[in-house]
Design a protein around this ligand. Structure first.
Ligand code: PMV
Length: 327
């Protein structure tokens, strides 16, 4: 059966950085995120007993062999779960550039794995699906539940998965993404995680993590935007402090990344618009604001030197099936 799924990118308000068990992607700390409405991947999958190997095609993307291998690895996991041996045809399409700090592996693998399982008639439910996605891309486990999400690190692979903390409709905030470069980053986040331990500050980051998670959850519960924004922005800087001080060091920012960060802080200082930034493993800046300010924030970002594109996102549902196919 041919099945198509859409998987959203998500933005982490409290970041996942560093793994306890790199092979199955059990993280060092809980993370908190929101699924994004306008940044996503469509994937169509069909298993066919006549195929001699998996055929994988990325629309609009130059793809390299390690990326193909990772999709085959995801299909292998699905095959083991469904107890089948046949190969699949996969066509996948992002509506944004990959590897620039917008969680393309989360949107990609959540859509591929959901479509592949469904095409084999397997419905695992959201918890098991989240665990399966986690094994192939950590942040993909957070693209399964709807809306606002917490990934509980758990005690091991058996109970490390993401669940919804609030539906998308709970709080009207936006992620206005400023794309400042469309070049793929040189060091993937999978590699970056492995360097976290080499930072002399990583222990300090982890020591403050569970309190930070509690504090931001309380701010979300109260819809306290100022408190939420402060905690979120500090966590992004804290994560990048680990990257900068890892050995070798990781500098995911471009000059325009810093320009945007400074502007966002300046808008708050002069009482223009209250927004806060967060940055994943890449140069794009996610500017989080209240929905009523999104248009203004987008206009202001557009005129900053080096900003190439703006994408405004609302909180969204997690990965789900759709009826139109890519082949
Ligand atoms: O899932 P990965 O390996 O792409 O790691 C994601 C890491 C960050 O985007 C930097 C943080 C996060 O929690 O999404």
């Amino acid at each position: 059966m041919k099945v198509t799924a859409i998987g959203p990118a998500n933005i982490a308000f409290i970041k996942y950085w560093g793994k306890v068990d790199p092979k199955v992607r059990v993280p060092q700390n809980n993370s908190i995120s929101m699924n994004l409405s306008n940044l996503y991947t469509f994937s169509t999958v069909e298993f066919d007993p006549l195929l001699k190997k998996d055929t994988i095609h990325f629309i609009n993307d130059n793809v390299n062999q390690p990326e193909i291998n990772r999709v085959v690895e995801a299909l292998d996991i699905v095959r083991r779960k469904a107890k089948v041996k046949s190969f699949a045809k996969v066509i996948t399409k992002n509506n944004f550039p990959k590897a620039i700090g917008i969680a393309s592996s989360a949107s990609g693998f959540s859509s591929i794995i959901l479509a592949a399982l469904t095409s084999l008639g397997v419905d695992l439910g959201k918890i098991e699906l989240s665990k399966l996605c986690r094994v192939i891309s950590g942040s993909a486990c957070r693209s399964i539940p709807d809306g606002y999400v917490e990934w509980d690190k758990g005690t091991g692979p058996q109970d490390s998965y993401a669940r919804q903390i609030y539906p998308a409709s709970y709080w009207k905030i936006c992620d206005v993404v400023a794309i400042v470069s469309k070049k793929m980053k040189k060091i993937s986040s999978s590699q970056g995680h492995l360097l976290a331990n080499s930072s002399p500050f990583f222990k300090a980051r982890l020591a403050g993590m569970s309190q930070k998670v509690k504090d931001i959850k309380l701010a979300i519960k109260k819809r306290d935007f100022s408190q939420f924004g402060k905690i979120m922005e500090q966590d992004a800087l804290n994560m990048h402090a680990i990257c900068l001080t890892s050995s070798p060091s990781l500098i995911y920012w471009e000059p325009a990344t810093i320009l945007v960060m400074k502007e966002v802080i300046n808008w708050r200082e002069v009482g223009d618009v209250e927004s806060y930034f967060t940055i994943d493993a890449g140069p794009s800046v996610h500017v989080i604001c209240q929905e009523s300010d999104a248009k203004k924030v987008a206009e202001k970002l557009k005129v900053i030197d080096g900003v190439k594109q703006i994408v405004v996102n609302k909180p969204a549902r997690g990965a789900h099936l759709v009826t139109s196919h890519l082949f």
